[in-house]
Design a protein around this ligand. Structure first.
Ligand code: CTP
Length: 402
């Protein structure tokens, strides 16, 4: 229907970029990007009127995010050309506005478009040899200044290469090495660098991507102490294993994969290096705490568990409860003995869900006057249950009365 709306408005409408790439690669992709030759905001407004979609328009850039009632999302962009509004726009002119829009993109494989207007519905548009590069499994930029225009593309190149099992093209590889030598990354803001790093660590094979980044001398761009030593690589692999194990538990809470990998990646950092990393990635507030205070806690917990052979479940509970899930999993990767792994997996699968049978109301019926003592009693009961000192409700009543 997007095409029909385009027909009515006299605008060319195209689905472009990653969606088309993934369609041809038969990969799932739920991010649909549309480019219209005309006013993208006006196009989005019609979607709002007809389908009750929510839109967030960006007048300045003539773009809009659209969210339909069923949750389907769409990004609408405008193919900009100074003269595209000429009423008698010739077909060649309208074609070239799309071409110019696609020319601004990162790699040839991301420049494919499919026309949605009814007249030529389904027409695959390939100005820059994107189909050939998909076939050849090749990541290629469109022009030599691509990385200078946007240094994040260097990281995107590695991400796509590793995700699809492609190869960065020869010329493109030279441009990356040049970019590295010219230090164009100094201009890259911490926020953008952090975003790219997260995307890489959230992708299919972070280990391979990290090895490739190292190979291209790009880890140092993030922080000079980022090194893939055997210890770090072992931990990255441990993290992979721990994530697969966790996935099979089918728990509702999903860990942030990037966070577990990043914690392992910097697991050997001194607190001074951590500080430098936080500065470079512009980490503040909650994000900073993840890598400072909580990271230190996790390292401490792992070493405590390493030293214990017969640790009480209530102690494990007390140590792990304050940590976010990713830090708990991080402790499993850090462990030198089998104890942290065993105890943390028991915490995740059993201990953390254990509650006493008795509730506040029960304590009231037992004649205990309400107050802060309640949470103390309930905690003691939980510990006793964890440690097998009480089992049934009656055991707990006895325990309280004692
Ligand atoms: N793009 C670009 N330069 C960037 C970021 C994005 O040229 N630094 C372009 C790409 O051509 C891409 C489009 O903007 O196709 C949309 O970007 P994004 O949604 O990040 O990329 P996808 O290709 O959809 O990748 P992913 O599958 O990782 O979402």
């Amino acid at each position: 229907e997007f095409g029909t709306i385009g027909d009515e408005l006299g605008m060319g409408v195209y689905v472009v970029g990653g969606f088309v790439r993934d369609l041809l690669l038969r990969e799932d992709n739920f991010d649909v990007d549309i480019v219209v030759e005309g006013d993208g905001v006006k196009f989005a407004q019609i979607l709002k009127e007809r389908y009750g979609a929510k839109i967030s328009p960006h007048e300045k850039f003539k773009t809009a995010q659209v969210v339909f009632k069923d949750g389907f999302r769409l990004d609408v962009a405008t193919a900009r050309l100074e003269y595209y509004e000429y009423p008698a726009a010739m077909p060649t002119v309208s074609i070239s506005s799309l071409k110019l829009d696609l020319y601004r993109r990162d790699f040839t494989i991301n420049t494919l478009a499919i026309k949605l207007n009814s007249k030529e519905f389904g027409l695959l548009i390939d100005f820059f040899g994107g189909q050939r590069d998909l076939k050849d499994k090749c990541i290629r930029v469109l022009h030599s200044l691509s990385f200078v225009e946007d240094p994040t593309r260097v990281f995107r190149a590695v991400r796509f290469e590793q995700r699809f099992g492609f190869q960065i093209g020869k010329h493109t590889l030279r441009l990356i090495k040049n970019a590295r030598r010219l230090n164009i990354f100094d201009k890259l803001t911490g926020k953008r660098l952090f975003t790219e790093l997260k995307l890489i660590l959230d992708d299919r094979d972070p280990e391979a991507a990290l090895l490739r980044l190292k190979d291209l001398d790009l880890l140092e761009v993030i922080h000079k102490d980022l090194k893939l030593t055997e210890v770090v690589l072992d931990r990255i692999r441990a993290a992979k294993g721990v994530l697969s194990w966790y996935e099979l538990l089918f728990k509702p809470q999903k860990p942030r994969q990037w966070l577990l990998f990043l914690l392992n990646l910097v697991s050997e950092f001194s607190s001074r290096s951590i500080k430098g990393l936080c500065q470079r990635l512009d980490l503040t507030g909650k994000n900073e705490v993840l890598f400072t205070k909580l990271r230190e806690e996790a390292i401490k917990v792992a070493s405590i568990l390493d030293r214990e052979s017969d640790v009480r479940p209530s102690k494990v509970y007390r140590l792990l409860r304050p940590l976010p899930l990713e830090h708990q999993l991080f402790c499993m990767c850090l462990g030198k003995t089998h104890v942290p792994k065993k105890e943390i997996s028991r915490f995740i699968t059993e201990y953390q869900d254990i509650r006493p049978h008795l509730k506040g109301n029960d304590l009231k019926s037992l004649g205990i006057p309400p107050g802060p003592i309640y949470s103390e009693i309930l905690e003691k009961l939980r510990d006793a249950r964890l440690d097998g000192e009480v089992e049934t409700r009656d055991d707990e009543i006895d325990f309280v009365q004692r």
